[in-house]
Design a protein around this ligand. Structure first.
Ligand code: PEP
Ligand code: MG
Length: 572
Protein backbone atom coordinates (compact mmCIF):
# COMPACT_ATOMS: atom_id res chain seq x y z
CA UNK A 1 0.00 0.00 0.00
CA UNK A 2 1.25 3.47 -0.84
CA UNK A 3 2.08 5.70 2.11
CA UNK A 4 3.46 9.22 2.31
CA UNK A 5 5.92 10.33 4.95
CA UNK A 6 6.55 14.05 5.35
CA UNK A 7 9.75 15.73 6.41
CA UNK A 8 11.94 18.72 5.69
CA UNK A 9 12.87 19.36 2.05
CA UNK A 10 16.66 19.43 2.34
CA UNK A 11 17.89 19.20 -1.24
CA UNK A 12 15.73 19.84 -4.32
CA UNK A 13 14.89 17.32 -7.01
CA UNK A 14 12.99 14.08 -7.35
CA UNK A 15 14.43 10.58 -7.17
CA UNK A 16 12.68 7.27 -7.68
CA UNK A 17 14.53 4.09 -6.67
CA UNK A 18 14.59 1.13 -4.33
CA UNK A 19 15.18 1.75 -0.63
CA UNK A 20 18.51 0.79 0.92
CA UNK A 21 18.26 0.82 4.69
CA UNK A 22 21.48 1.92 6.31
CA UNK A 23 21.56 1.01 9.95
CA UNK A 24 24.25 0.80 12.54
CA UNK A 25 23.05 -2.13 14.62
CA UNK A 26 23.47 -2.07 18.35
CA UNK A 27 26.13 -4.57 19.37
CA UNK A 28 25.37 -5.51 22.92
CA UNK A 29 27.89 -7.78 24.57
CA UNK A 30 26.78 -9.87 27.53
CA UNK A 31 29.16 -12.06 29.52
CA UNK A 32 28.13 -15.72 29.69
CA UNK A 33 29.88 -18.86 30.96
CA UNK A 34 30.52 -21.59 28.36
CA UNK A 35 31.10 -25.29 28.93
CA UNK A 36 32.60 -26.26 25.62
CA UNK A 37 35.44 -23.80 25.05
CA UNK A 38 36.53 -25.60 21.84
CA UNK A 39 33.16 -24.98 20.32
CA UNK A 40 33.36 -21.33 21.37
CA UNK A 41 36.77 -20.94 19.77
CA UNK A 42 35.41 -22.47 16.58
CA UNK A 43 32.61 -19.94 16.61
CA UNK A 44 35.20 -17.21 16.91
CA UNK A 45 37.25 -18.69 14.02
CA UNK A 46 34.16 -18.75 11.83
CA UNK A 47 33.28 -15.15 12.61
CA UNK A 48 36.88 -14.18 11.81
CA UNK A 49 36.75 -16.03 8.47
CA UNK A 50 33.45 -14.45 7.50
CA UNK A 51 34.76 -10.99 8.40
CA UNK A 52 37.91 -11.55 6.33
CA UNK A 53 35.92 -12.72 3.32
CA UNK A 54 33.68 -9.68 3.61
CA UNK A 55 36.64 -7.32 3.90
CA UNK A 56 38.30 -8.85 0.82
CA UNK A 57 35.19 -8.08 -1.22
CA UNK A 58 34.91 -4.56 0.19
CA UNK A 59 38.59 -3.93 -0.46
CA UNK A 60 38.27 -5.02 -4.09
CA UNK A 61 35.20 -2.90 -4.53
CA UNK A 62 36.73 0.15 -2.85
CA UNK A 63 39.88 0.02 -4.95
CA UNK A 64 37.78 -0.10 -8.13
CA UNK A 65 35.24 2.54 -7.17
CA UNK A 66 37.10 4.87 -4.85
CA UNK A 67 40.78 4.35 -5.62
CA UNK A 68 43.69 2.53 -4.03
CA UNK A 69 44.18 4.95 -1.16
CA UNK A 70 40.62 4.50 0.12
CA UNK A 71 41.04 0.72 -0.20
CA UNK A 72 44.18 0.71 1.95
CA UNK A 73 42.21 0.99 5.14
CA UNK A 74 40.56 -2.35 4.44
CA UNK A 75 43.96 -3.96 3.86
CA UNK A 76 44.94 -2.70 7.31
CA UNK A 77 41.76 -4.20 8.75
CA UNK A 78 42.59 -7.56 7.19
CA UNK A 79 46.03 -7.47 8.81
CA UNK A 80 44.46 -6.87 12.22
CA UNK A 81 42.24 -9.91 11.80
CA UNK A 82 45.26 -12.12 11.19
CA UNK A 83 47.39 -10.71 13.97
CA UNK A 84 48.17 -13.44 16.55
CA UNK A 85 48.96 -10.78 19.15
CA UNK A 86 45.30 -9.82 19.10
CA UNK A 87 43.66 -13.16 18.33
CA UNK A 88 45.61 -15.44 20.72
CA UNK A 89 44.76 -13.51 23.89
CA UNK A 90 41.08 -13.72 22.93
CA UNK A 91 41.27 -17.49 22.56
CA UNK A 92 43.25 -17.76 25.82
CA UNK A 93 40.60 -15.79 27.61
CA UNK A 94 37.81 -18.04 26.32
CA UNK A 95 39.76 -21.09 27.48
CA UNK A 96 41.02 -19.99 30.84
CA UNK A 97 37.97 -18.01 31.96
CA UNK A 98 35.39 -20.17 30.19
CA UNK A 99 33.61 -17.12 28.78
CA UNK A 100 31.80 -16.54 25.50
CA UNK A 101 33.75 -15.36 22.46
CA UNK A 102 31.89 -12.01 22.21
CA UNK A 103 32.91 -11.08 25.73
CA UNK A 104 36.52 -12.20 25.31
CA UNK A 105 36.83 -10.32 22.03
CA UNK A 106 35.31 -7.15 23.44
CA UNK A 107 37.55 -7.19 26.53
CA UNK A 108 40.81 -7.87 24.72
CA UNK A 109 40.04 -5.43 21.92
CA UNK A 110 39.16 -2.67 24.39
CA UNK A 111 42.36 -3.30 26.30
CA UNK A 112 44.43 -2.77 23.11
CA UNK A 113 42.33 0.20 22.02
CA UNK A 114 42.89 2.01 25.33
CA UNK A 115 46.56 1.14 25.31
CA UNK A 116 47.17 2.40 21.75
CA UNK A 117 45.00 5.47 22.09
CA UNK A 118 46.98 6.66 25.06
CA UNK A 119 50.28 6.44 23.24
CA UNK A 120 51.73 9.66 21.97
CA UNK A 121 52.12 8.21 18.53
CA UNK A 122 49.87 8.83 15.52
CA UNK A 123 50.60 5.42 14.01
CA UNK A 124 49.48 3.58 17.13
CA UNK A 125 46.38 5.76 17.38
CA UNK A 126 45.46 4.68 13.87
CA UNK A 127 45.87 1.05 14.90
CA UNK A 128 43.39 1.65 17.73
CA UNK A 129 40.84 2.91 15.21
CA UNK A 130 41.46 -0.15 13.01
CA UNK A 131 40.90 -2.50 15.93
CA UNK A 132 37.69 -0.72 16.86
CA UNK A 133 36.29 -1.04 13.33
CA UNK A 134 37.31 -4.62 12.86
CA UNK A 135 36.02 -5.71 16.26
CA UNK A 136 32.62 -4.30 15.34
CA UNK A 137 32.51 -6.45 12.22
CA UNK A 138 33.52 -9.66 14.02
CA UNK A 139 31.14 -8.95 16.87
CA UNK A 140 28.29 -8.45 14.42
CA UNK A 141 28.98 -11.91 13.00
CA UNK A 142 29.15 -13.50 16.43
CA UNK A 143 25.88 -11.84 17.40
CA UNK A 144 24.25 -12.67 14.07
CA UNK A 145 23.49 -9.07 13.05
CA UNK A 146 24.24 -7.52 9.66
CA UNK A 147 26.25 -4.38 9.10
CA UNK A 148 25.16 -2.52 5.98
CA UNK A 149 27.95 -1.17 3.85
CA UNK A 150 27.20 1.88 1.71
CA UNK A 151 30.40 1.57 -0.30
CA UNK A 152 29.13 -1.81 -1.59
CA UNK A 153 26.04 -0.37 -3.23
CA UNK A 154 26.09 -1.23 -6.91
CA UNK A 155 22.59 -0.39 -8.10
CA UNK A 156 20.50 2.74 -8.01
CA UNK A 157 19.05 3.25 -4.53
CA UNK A 158 17.59 5.75 -2.16
CA UNK A 159 19.30 5.58 1.25
CA UNK A 160 17.05 5.44 4.28
CA UNK A 161 18.75 6.00 7.63
CA UNK A 162 18.11 7.29 11.07
CA UNK A 163 20.85 9.84 10.47
CA UNK A 164 23.77 10.25 8.13
CA UNK A 165 26.95 11.70 9.51
CA UNK A 166 28.74 14.19 7.28
CA UNK A 167 31.44 11.57 6.64
CA UNK A 168 28.83 8.98 5.66
CA UNK A 169 27.45 11.54 3.25
CA UNK A 170 30.88 12.30 1.86
CA UNK A 171 31.35 8.63 0.99
CA UNK A 172 28.07 8.23 -0.87
CA UNK A 173 28.59 7.19 -4.45
CA UNK A 174 26.64 9.62 -6.62
CA UNK A 175 26.41 7.11 -9.42
CA UNK A 176 24.17 4.83 -7.39
CA UNK A 177 22.81 6.89 -4.52
CA UNK A 178 19.93 8.80 -6.08
CA UNK A 179 18.39 10.27 -2.96
CA UNK A 180 18.19 9.95 0.78
CA UNK A 181 15.87 10.38 3.67
CA UNK A 182 16.53 10.39 7.40
CA UNK A 183 14.58 10.34 10.64
CA UNK A 184 16.51 13.19 12.22
CA UNK A 185 18.17 16.41 11.11
CA UNK A 186 17.02 19.78 9.80
CA UNK A 187 17.59 21.95 6.72
CA UNK A 188 20.87 23.15 8.12
CA UNK A 189 22.25 19.88 9.46
CA UNK A 190 25.47 19.09 7.68
CA UNK A 191 24.21 15.98 5.91
CA UNK A 192 21.49 18.17 4.37
CA UNK A 193 24.05 20.75 3.32
CA UNK A 194 26.27 18.04 1.78
CA UNK A 195 23.31 16.57 -0.10
CA UNK A 196 22.77 19.91 -1.79
CA UNK A 197 26.37 20.16 -2.90
CA UNK A 198 26.24 16.56 -4.18
CA UNK A 199 22.93 17.41 -5.90
CA UNK A 200 21.22 14.42 -4.30
CA UNK A 201 17.52 15.02 -3.54
CA UNK A 202 16.93 14.63 0.19
CA UNK A 203 14.19 14.75 2.78
CA UNK A 204 15.35 14.87 6.40
CA UNK A 205 13.74 15.07 9.82
CA UNK A 206 10.89 12.70 8.93
CA UNK A 207 10.97 11.12 12.41
CA UNK A 208 9.59 7.85 10.99
CA UNK A 209 11.16 6.99 7.67
CA UNK A 210 13.25 4.09 9.02
CA UNK A 211 10.23 2.44 10.57
CA UNK A 212 7.98 3.09 7.57
CA UNK A 213 10.16 1.68 4.80
CA UNK A 214 11.48 -1.82 4.17
CA UNK A 215 14.68 -2.64 2.35
CA UNK A 216 14.11 -2.99 -1.40
CA UNK A 217 10.73 -1.19 -1.51
CA UNK A 218 10.29 1.36 -4.28
CA UNK A 219 10.32 4.91 -2.89
CA UNK A 220 10.09 8.41 -4.28
CA UNK A 221 12.08 11.14 -2.55
CA UNK A 222 10.51 14.51 -3.30
CA UNK A 223 13.16 16.99 -2.21
CA UNK A 224 11.06 19.88 -3.52
CA UNK A 225 8.12 19.41 -1.18
CA UNK A 226 9.70 17.33 1.59
CA UNK A 227 7.85 14.06 1.02
CA UNK A 228 8.80 10.41 0.79
CA UNK A 229 6.27 8.24 -1.05
CA UNK A 230 6.62 4.59 -0.15
CA UNK A 231 5.53 1.82 -2.51
CA UNK A 232 3.89 4.16 -5.07
CA UNK A 233 1.41 2.94 -7.69
CA UNK A 234 2.31 3.22 -11.36
CA UNK A 235 0.09 6.26 -11.61
CA UNK A 236 1.94 8.05 -8.81
CA UNK A 237 5.29 7.15 -10.35
CA UNK A 238 4.13 8.70 -13.62
CA UNK A 239 3.01 11.87 -11.85
CA UNK A 240 6.41 12.21 -10.21
CA UNK A 241 8.21 11.56 -13.45
CA UNK A 242 6.32 14.56 -14.87
CA UNK A 243 7.20 16.65 -11.82
CA UNK A 244 10.85 15.70 -12.24
CA UNK A 245 10.76 16.65 -15.94
CA UNK A 246 9.22 20.04 -15.09
CA UNK A 247 11.92 20.69 -12.48
CA UNK A 248 14.66 19.68 -14.92
CA UNK A 249 13.21 22.06 -17.54
CA UNK A 250 13.24 24.89 -15.01
CA UNK A 251 16.85 24.12 -14.22
CA UNK A 252 17.69 24.30 -17.93
CA UNK A 253 16.22 27.83 -18.03
CA UNK A 254 18.33 28.93 -15.08
CA UNK A 255 21.39 27.39 -16.69
CA UNK A 256 21.28 30.08 -19.40
CA UNK A 257 22.38 32.62 -16.78
CA UNK A 258 25.68 30.93 -16.05
CA UNK A 259 27.89 33.67 -17.51
CA UNK A 260 25.72 36.64 -16.52
CA UNK A 261 26.70 39.12 -13.84
CA UNK A 262 24.30 39.40 -10.91
CA UNK A 263 23.01 42.95 -11.23
CA UNK A 264 19.75 44.32 -9.84
CA UNK A 265 17.35 46.32 -12.03
CA UNK A 266 18.76 49.51 -10.48
CA UNK A 267 22.22 48.56 -11.61
CA UNK A 268 23.76 47.31 -8.36
CA UNK A 269 26.07 44.34 -8.49
CA UNK A 270 25.93 41.74 -5.74
CA UNK A 271 28.33 38.84 -5.49
CA UNK A 272 26.87 35.34 -5.71
CA UNK A 273 29.37 32.90 -4.28
CA UNK A 274 29.25 29.24 -3.34
CA UNK A 275 29.82 27.16 -0.25
CA UNK A 276 32.13 24.20 -0.78
CA UNK A 277 33.39 21.29 1.30
CA UNK A 278 36.15 19.85 -0.88
CA UNK A 279 38.35 20.90 -3.82
CA UNK A 280 36.19 18.66 -6.04
CA UNK A 281 33.24 20.95 -5.42
CA UNK A 282 34.95 23.78 -7.35
CA UNK A 283 33.79 22.28 -10.61
CA UNK A 284 30.16 22.65 -9.49
CA UNK A 285 30.84 26.28 -8.51
CA UNK A 286 32.16 27.14 -11.96
CA UNK A 287 29.45 25.17 -13.76
CA UNK A 288 26.82 27.05 -11.79
CA UNK A 289 28.31 30.47 -12.45
CA UNK A 290 29.66 31.14 -8.95
CA UNK A 291 31.50 34.45 -8.68
CA UNK A 292 33.63 33.19 -5.84
CA UNK A 293 33.77 30.78 -2.94
CA UNK A 294 32.13 32.44 0.05
CA UNK A 295 32.72 29.56 2.42
CA UNK A 296 35.15 26.67 2.14
CA UNK A 297 34.30 24.35 5.03
CA UNK A 298 37.76 22.92 5.59
CA UNK A 299 36.65 20.45 8.25
CA UNK A 300 35.78 17.93 5.54
CA UNK A 301 39.51 17.64 4.87
CA UNK A 302 39.84 16.36 8.42
CA UNK A 303 36.93 13.94 8.26
CA UNK A 304 36.52 10.41 6.90
CA UNK A 305 40.10 9.56 7.85
CA UNK A 306 41.96 8.42 10.92
CA UNK A 307 44.60 11.04 11.53
CA UNK A 308 45.01 14.78 11.09
CA UNK A 309 45.83 15.93 7.55
CA UNK A 310 49.43 17.09 7.23
CA UNK A 311 50.45 20.63 6.29
CA UNK A 312 51.41 19.38 2.85
CA UNK A 313 48.07 17.68 2.22
CA UNK A 314 46.24 20.80 3.29
CA UNK A 315 48.48 23.04 1.21
CA UNK A 316 47.70 20.96 -1.89
CA UNK A 317 43.95 21.15 -1.25
CA UNK A 318 43.91 24.93 -0.67
CA UNK A 319 46.21 25.57 -3.60
CA UNK A 320 43.99 23.47 -5.88
CA UNK A 321 40.91 25.48 -4.92
CA UNK A 322 42.67 28.84 -5.26
CA UNK A 323 44.23 28.01 -8.61
CA UNK A 324 41.00 26.73 -10.09
CA UNK A 325 39.09 29.82 -8.95
CA UNK A 326 41.71 32.10 -10.59
CA UNK A 327 41.30 35.70 -9.44
CA UNK A 328 37.86 35.07 -7.95
CA UNK A 329 37.72 35.40 -4.15
CA UNK A 330 37.95 32.28 -2.01
CA UNK A 331 36.97 32.59 1.64
CA UNK A 332 38.50 29.71 3.57
CA UNK A 333 37.13 29.04 7.01
CA UNK A 334 39.54 27.56 9.51
CA UNK A 335 38.62 24.27 11.16
CA UNK A 336 35.08 24.27 12.53
CA UNK A 337 34.84 20.89 14.16
CA UNK A 338 32.27 20.07 16.81
CA UNK A 339 28.48 20.20 16.90
CA UNK A 340 27.36 17.58 14.39
CA UNK A 341 30.83 17.33 12.86
CA UNK A 342 32.91 14.95 14.91
CA UNK A 343 36.52 13.89 14.54
CA UNK A 344 36.68 10.51 16.28
CA UNK A 345 40.48 10.40 16.22
CA UNK A 346 40.77 13.51 18.39
CA UNK A 347 39.05 11.45 21.05
CA UNK A 348 37.37 14.39 22.72
CA UNK A 349 35.06 13.54 25.59
CA UNK A 350 31.34 13.41 24.79
CA UNK A 351 29.59 16.62 25.77
CA UNK A 352 26.05 17.27 26.95
CA UNK A 353 25.63 20.21 24.55
CA UNK A 354 28.09 19.82 21.70
CA UNK A 355 26.73 22.85 19.82
CA UNK A 356 27.56 24.99 22.85
CA UNK A 357 30.76 23.21 23.68
CA UNK A 358 34.43 22.89 22.97
CA UNK A 359 34.40 23.43 19.21
CA UNK A 360 35.66 25.47 16.27
CA UNK A 361 37.89 28.41 17.23
CA UNK A 362 37.68 27.42 20.92
CA UNK A 363 39.27 24.11 20.14
CA UNK A 364 41.79 25.62 17.71
CA UNK A 365 43.00 28.19 20.22
CA UNK A 366 43.68 25.37 22.66
CA UNK A 367 45.02 22.76 20.22
CA UNK A 368 47.39 25.24 18.69
CA UNK A 369 49.68 22.81 16.89
CA UNK A 370 46.76 21.68 14.80
CA UNK A 371 45.63 25.26 14.20
CA UNK A 372 49.09 26.51 13.27
CA UNK A 373 49.52 23.68 10.78
CA UNK A 374 46.34 24.74 9.02
CA UNK A 375 47.32 28.42 9.02
CA UNK A 376 50.75 27.66 7.59
CA UNK A 377 49.19 25.61 4.81
CA UNK A 378 46.79 28.45 4.04
CA UNK A 379 49.46 31.13 4.10
CA UNK A 380 51.69 29.11 1.78
CA UNK A 381 48.78 28.60 -0.60
CA UNK A 382 47.83 32.30 -0.52
CA UNK A 383 50.11 33.22 -3.41
CA UNK A 384 48.13 30.99 -5.79
CA UNK A 385 44.90 32.99 -5.85
CA UNK A 386 42.64 35.45 -4.07
CA UNK A 387 42.54 34.06 -0.51
CA UNK A 388 40.52 35.42 2.40
CA UNK A 389 40.73 33.72 5.80
CA UNK A 390 37.78 33.50 8.16
CA UNK A 391 37.52 32.28 11.75
CA UNK A 392 34.39 30.39 12.82
CA UNK A 393 32.32 30.72 16.01
CA UNK A 394 33.90 33.94 17.21
CA UNK A 395 32.11 34.98 20.42
CA UNK A 396 34.43 37.67 21.77
CA UNK A 397 36.91 40.20 20.46
CA UNK A 398 39.66 38.49 22.44
CA UNK A 399 39.15 35.29 20.49
CA UNK A 400 39.48 37.15 17.22
CA UNK A 401 42.57 39.00 18.38
CA UNK A 402 44.24 35.84 19.56
CA UNK A 403 43.45 33.92 16.37
CA UNK A 404 44.70 36.80 14.25
CA UNK A 405 47.91 37.16 16.21
CA UNK A 406 48.63 33.44 15.77
CA UNK A 407 48.05 33.89 12.05
CA UNK A 408 50.48 36.82 11.97
CA UNK A 409 53.08 34.86 13.94
CA UNK A 410 52.92 32.03 11.44
CA UNK A 411 53.15 34.50 8.58
CA UNK A 412 56.31 36.03 10.04
CA UNK A 413 57.82 32.60 10.62
CA UNK A 414 57.19 31.61 7.03
CA UNK A 415 58.63 34.83 5.72
CA UNK A 416 61.64 34.25 7.97
CA UNK A 417 62.06 30.90 6.24
CA UNK A 418 62.02 32.68 2.88
CA UNK A 419 58.58 31.39 1.91
CA UNK A 420 56.33 33.74 -0.07
CA UNK A 421 53.03 34.78 1.48
CA UNK A 422 50.44 37.10 -0.09
CA UNK A 423 50.32 40.59 1.44
CA UNK A 424 46.67 41.15 0.58
CA UNK A 425 44.89 38.40 2.51
CA UNK A 426 41.72 39.73 4.13
CA UNK A 427 40.99 38.30 7.58
CA UNK A 428 37.38 38.13 8.68
CA UNK A 429 34.99 36.30 10.93
CA UNK A 430 31.81 34.32 10.81
CA UNK A 431 29.05 36.12 12.67
CA UNK A 432 27.07 33.21 14.03
CA UNK A 433 26.91 33.94 17.75
CA UNK A 434 24.49 36.62 18.94
CA UNK A 435 27.10 38.36 21.14
CA UNK A 436 29.16 39.05 18.02
CA UNK A 437 26.17 40.23 15.99
CA UNK A 438 25.29 42.65 18.77
CA UNK A 439 28.88 43.93 19.07
CA UNK A 440 29.36 44.13 15.30
CA UNK A 441 30.21 47.86 15.48
CA UNK A 442 33.32 47.11 17.56
CA UNK A 443 34.32 44.03 15.59
CA UNK A 444 33.99 46.03 12.36
CA UNK A 445 36.92 48.22 13.41
CA UNK A 446 39.23 45.20 13.54
CA UNK A 447 38.09 42.67 10.97
CA UNK A 448 38.27 42.99 7.17
CA UNK A 449 34.86 41.44 6.58
CA UNK A 450 31.90 39.65 8.11
CA UNK A 451 30.18 36.53 6.85
CA UNK A 452 26.91 35.90 8.63
CA UNK A 453 26.43 32.24 9.50
CA UNK A 454 22.69 32.10 9.92
CA UNK A 455 22.52 28.33 10.43
CA UNK A 456 24.11 28.81 13.81
CA UNK A 457 23.01 32.40 14.41
CA UNK A 458 19.38 31.31 14.19
CA UNK A 459 19.90 28.27 16.41
CA UNK A 460 21.61 30.36 19.07
CA UNK A 461 19.24 33.33 18.86
CA UNK A 462 16.08 31.24 19.09
CA UNK A 463 17.77 28.61 21.30
CA UNK A 464 16.75 25.76 18.99
CA UNK A 465 19.14 22.90 18.18
CA UNK A 466 19.55 22.79 14.39
CA UNK A 467 19.65 18.98 14.46
CA UNK A 468 16.43 18.50 16.39
CA UNK A 469 13.44 18.15 14.09
CA UNK A 470 11.03 18.68 16.99
CA UNK A 471 12.14 22.29 17.33
CA UNK A 472 12.72 22.88 13.62
CA UNK A 473 9.76 25.27 13.56
CA UNK A 474 12.07 27.68 15.38
CA UNK A 475 14.48 27.77 12.47
CA UNK A 476 13.02 31.13 11.47
CA UNK A 477 15.23 33.10 9.10
CA UNK A 478 12.51 35.74 8.59
CA UNK A 479 11.96 36.31 12.29
CA UNK A 480 12.37 40.07 12.81
CA UNK A 481 14.87 39.29 15.61
CA UNK A 482 17.15 37.68 13.03
CA UNK A 483 16.57 40.44 10.50
CA UNK A 484 17.50 43.06 13.09
CA UNK A 485 20.74 41.25 13.94
CA UNK A 486 21.55 40.91 10.25
CA UNK A 487 20.90 44.62 9.72
CA UNK A 488 23.12 45.48 12.66
CA UNK A 489 25.99 43.49 11.17
CA UNK A 490 25.61 44.92 7.65
CA UNK A 491 25.34 48.53 8.88
CA UNK A 492 28.33 48.11 11.18
CA UNK A 493 30.45 46.76 8.33
CA UNK A 494 29.47 49.56 5.97
CA UNK A 495 30.15 52.23 8.55
CA UNK A 496 33.78 51.09 8.66
CA UNK A 497 34.02 50.61 4.88
CA UNK A 498 34.05 46.81 5.17
CA UNK A 499 31.89 44.27 3.37
CA UNK A 500 29.28 41.91 4.78
CA UNK A 501 28.32 38.59 3.30
CA UNK A 502 26.18 35.69 4.37
CA UNK A 503 27.10 32.02 4.06
CA UNK A 504 24.31 30.41 6.05
CA UNK A 505 21.53 28.66 4.16
CA UNK A 506 19.37 31.77 4.49
CA UNK A 507 21.47 33.44 1.76
CA UNK A 508 19.98 31.14 -0.89
CA UNK A 509 16.40 31.29 0.34
CA UNK A 510 14.00 32.93 -2.11
CA UNK A 511 12.00 34.72 0.57
CA UNK A 512 15.13 35.95 2.34
CA UNK A 513 16.88 37.20 -0.79
CA UNK A 514 14.66 40.30 -1.32
CA UNK A 515 15.00 41.15 2.39
CA UNK A 516 18.77 40.78 2.35
CA UNK A 517 19.06 42.91 -0.77
CA UNK A 518 16.97 45.57 0.94
CA UNK A 519 19.20 45.42 4.03
CA UNK A 520 22.28 45.99 1.86
CA UNK A 521 24.05 42.60 1.94
CA UNK A 522 27.12 42.62 -0.35
CA UNK A 523 27.79 38.94 -0.88
CA UNK A 524 25.49 35.91 -0.88
CA UNK A 525 27.13 32.52 -0.50
CA UNK A 526 25.07 29.36 -0.94
CA UNK A 527 25.08 25.81 -2.26
CA UNK A 528 26.41 25.99 -5.81
CA UNK A 529 23.19 24.45 -7.07
CA UNK A 530 21.15 27.38 -5.72
CA UNK A 531 23.17 30.11 -7.49
CA UNK A 532 21.43 30.21 -10.86
CA UNK A 533 17.98 30.28 -9.34
CA UNK A 534 19.06 33.11 -7.03
CA UNK A 535 20.57 35.00 -9.96
CA UNK A 536 17.39 34.73 -11.99
CA UNK A 537 15.51 36.17 -9.01
CA UNK A 538 17.95 39.04 -8.28
CA UNK A 539 18.01 40.12 -11.93
CA UNK A 540 14.33 41.03 -11.51
CA UNK A 541 14.67 42.99 -8.24
CA UNK A 542 15.61 46.58 -7.39
CA UNK A 543 17.77 47.13 -4.31
CA UNK A 544 16.52 50.69 -3.93
CA UNK A 545 12.86 49.65 -3.96
CA UNK A 546 13.51 46.88 -1.48
CA UNK A 547 15.06 49.16 1.13
CA UNK A 548 11.76 50.41 2.50
CA UNK A 549 10.15 46.98 2.43
CA UNK A 550 13.07 45.56 4.42
CA UNK A 551 12.58 48.34 6.98
CA UNK A 552 8.90 47.44 7.20
CA UNK A 553 9.78 43.78 7.80
CA UNK A 554 12.00 44.77 10.73
CA UNK A 555 8.95 46.21 12.45
CA UNK A 556 6.65 43.24 11.91
CA UNK A 557 5.58 40.95 14.72
CA UNK A 558 6.28 37.47 13.41
CA UNK A 559 8.27 35.51 10.87
CA UNK A 560 5.00 34.40 9.29
CA UNK A 561 3.91 38.00 8.74
CA UNK A 562 7.23 38.81 7.05
CA UNK A 563 6.97 35.72 4.87
CA UNK A 564 3.47 36.55 3.66
CA UNK A 565 4.44 40.14 2.95
CA UNK A 566 7.43 39.16 0.82
CA UNK A 567 5.69 36.27 -0.92
CA UNK A 568 2.74 38.39 -1.95
CA UNK A 569 4.90 41.14 -3.32
CA UNK A 570 7.97 39.41 -4.71
CA UNK A 571 7.43 35.69 -5.25
CA UNK A 572 5.19 34.71 -8.10
C1 PEP B 1 26.47 28.72 9.64
O1 PEP B 1 26.51 28.44 10.84
O2 PEP B 1 25.57 29.42 9.13
C2 PEP B 1 27.51 28.23 8.73
C3 PEP B 1 27.56 28.63 7.48
O3 PEP B 1 28.39 27.33 9.22
P1 PEP B 1 28.06 25.78 9.41
O4 PEP B 1 26.75 25.50 8.71
O5 PEP B 1 29.18 25.03 8.81
O6 PEP B 1 27.96 25.67 10.88
MG1 MG C 1 28.25 27.57 11.78
Amino acid sequence: MTTTITGIAASPGISIAKAFILQNPELKVVKTKVKDTNEEIQRLEKALEKSKAELEVIKEHASKELGEDKAEIFAAHLLVLSDPELINPIKDKVETEQVNAEFALDEVANMFITLFENMDNEYMKERAADIRDVTKRVLAHLLGVTIANPSMISEEVVIIAEDLTPSDTAQLNRQYVKGFSTDIGGRTSHSAIMSRSLEIPAVVGTKTVTSGVENGTLVIVDGLDGKVIVDPTEEVVNQYQDKKAAYDAQKAEWAKLVDEKTVTTDGQHVELAANIGTPDDVQGVLENGGEGVGLYRTEFLYMGRETLPTEEEQFEAYKAVLERMGDKPVVVRTLDIGGDKELPYLDLPKEMNPFLGFRAIRLCLEMQDMFRTQLRALLRASVFGNLKIMFPMIATLDEFREAKSILLEEKEKLQGEGIAVSETIEVGIMVEIPSTAVMADLFAKEVDFFSIGTNDLIQYTLAADRMNERVSYLYQPYNPAILRLVKNVIDAAHKEGKWAGMCGEMAGDEVAIPLLLGLGLDEFSMSATSILKARSQILRLSREELRSDAQKALMMNTAEEVKRFIEEKYIN
